[in-house]
Design a protein around this ligand. Structure first.
Ligand code: SF4
Ligand code: SF4
Length: 197
């Protein structure tokens, strides 16, 4: 890792973001983290993360917003809760990861071509539009936004799945979609209010 990525300066801190993190469910006791690293040692995916769970918790509670929200770590977290189970201070690392994912999508600062956040965002859009997810359109959208070559290499498989009726191109829709949209809009507005306060 380049040296400039290791050094963090006081001036880079966003105190409002730190307060927001600690106001999230599970974030109340982030100050109690003793940086023992047991979460990182337990995490089956820390090897692939740009910041281990221990480092991410430290960056989040200190307000290093850009590093935290644009990290791959929050999207690689598989929500296995191993870190939570082993943490001697009962820090709710997994819940914090969820809060950070929501905030990253809301602020539009997730890694643009990384499939997991793109999938999460498009999944949410489809639910908002139709009330259901159409796997064919979701996969097409995902590959077009993240990896064109992969899309081209999988078109044969996609056609075969559609030809044999395993995947459908036409989206299904639920009845009374407007009611679902009202609920989702209200949740969205609540989240935005919480971030702004
Ligand atoms: S295991 Fe718990 S106390 Fe230790 S570094 Fe991880 S979050 Fe902090
Ligand atoms: S919940 Fe996420 S951060 Fe915690 S151990 Fe599992 S994958 Fe790692």
């Amino acid at each position: 890792m380049p040296l400039e990525q290791k050094i963090k300066y006081e001036a880079e801190r966003d105190r409002e973001f730190a307060q927001w993190v600690m106001s999230q469910p599970g974030g109340e006791n982030l100050r109690h983290c003793i940086q023992c690293g047991i979460c990182s040692a337990t995490c089956p995916l820390s090897l692939y993360m740009d910041y281990t769970p221990r480092r991410l918790i430290n960056l989040a509670r200190e307000g290093f917003k850009r590093e935290v929200l644009s990290s791959f770590t929050i999207w690689l977290c598989a929500s296995c809760y191993a870190c939570r189970a082993e943490c001697p201070k009962k820090i709710m690392v997994t819940d914090i990861m969820y809060a950070l994912k929501r905030r990253a999508i809301q602020d539009g600062v997730y890694p643009r071509r990384f499939p997991i956040p793109v999938l999460a965002r498009e999944f949410g859009r489809m639910i908002f539009t139709w009330g259901r997810v159409n796997e064919t359109l979701l996969v097409i959208d995902l590959f077009l936004r993240t990896n064109w070559f992969k899309f081209l290499s999988m078109t044969g498989l996609g056609f075969n799945l559609m030809r044999t009726g395993r995947m459908s191109f036409w989206p299904e829709s639920i009845r009374r979609r407007q009611e679902l949209r009202k609920i989702l809009d209200a949740l969205d507005a609540e989240n935005k209010k919480e971030v702004a306060s």
